[in-house]
Design a protein around this ligand. Structure first.
Ligand code: 13P
Length: 253
């Protein structure tokens, strides 16, 4: 059984001050019992990671960053490395998000290097994959996603894969209010699981958690999460309100 996993990607929202309210809402609304049933992770901006540590204290809520550089340290002005986020208790990092691919030119090759660096520091990557509308309309979505999985996970071992989470995020569904239907999403999760089986074998394919992301909210989460191959969600906009995020978590068990 794959334990459900719900992560909030706050993107470039909240300051170190305003993140406190959101985090406090999560801490008071999420009982230890709920946090045993579902893996919950918050991914605030770097500047709120210290505050996140203070507010969530001993609660079983994981902390993730939204990006890292592929190198450990050096003259890379403005960049943040794996050991830096590790020192702020980040157990996770989102890598390969379509916004990083689209606006910052990240390629599958670069994402592969970042994944390897995260794993080197014991940080679990949440690898995002997904097709654009154009790619779907040209019936290329399956091939695009298969390539993303294959190239981003290049040279990883089965052992590495125990620490990798995948998020299927169709670009056309992100921030648009257009969600993939549960059947469409599940179909793509099966494609991803098949790609994993081709590379790493059935055990890895069966045990890797594949999340759905793209306009997931408290209204549509239950239906999506009921699908056999959807193991959780990577939530953007709806993770910015504690009540909404908690409702999504509650629909995961
Ligand atoms: P939205 O939930 O705002 O569509 O964002 C999804 C996403 O990109 C999560 O990484």
């Amino acid at each position: 059984m794959r334990k459900k996993f719900i992560a909030g990607n706050w993107k470039m929202n909240t300051t170190s001050v305003t993140s406190k309210d959101l985090l406090s809402g999560l801490v008071s609304g999420l009982s230890d019992e709920i946090l045993e049933k579902v893996d919950v992770v918050v991914c605030p901006p770097f500047t709120s990671l210290a505050t996140t540590n203070e507010v969530i204290k001993n609660k079983k809520i994981g902390i993730g960053a939204q990006n890292i550089h592929q190198k450990d340290e050096g003259a890379y002005t403005g960049e943040i490395s794996a050991p830096m986020i590790k020192s702020l208790n980040c157990g996770y990092v989102i890598l390969g998000h379509s916004e990083r691919r689209q606006y910052f030119g990240e390629t599958n090759h670069l994402i592969n290097a970042k994944i390897k660096n995260a794993l080197k520091y014991g940080i679990k990557p949440i690898l995002c994959v997904g097709e654009t509308l154009d790619e779907r309309e040209n019936n290329m979505h399956m091939k695009i996603v298969d390539d993303q999985v294959t190239l981003c996970l290049k040279d990883l071992t089965k052992e590495d894969m125990k620490n990798v989470i995948i998020a299927y995020e169709p670009v056309w569904a992100i921030g648009t209010g257009k969600t993939a239907t549960p059947d469409m999403a599940n179909e793509m999760h099966i494609i991803i699981r098949q790609a994993l089986e081709n590379i790493f074998g059935k055990d890895t394919a069966d045990s890797t958690r594949i999340l759905y992301g793209g306009s997931m909210n408290d209204k549509n989460a239950a239906e999506l999460l009921a699908k056999p191959d959807i193991d959780g969600g990577l939530i953007g906009g709806a993770a910015l309100k504690a009540d909404n995020f908690i409702k999504i978590i509650q629909s995961a068990y």
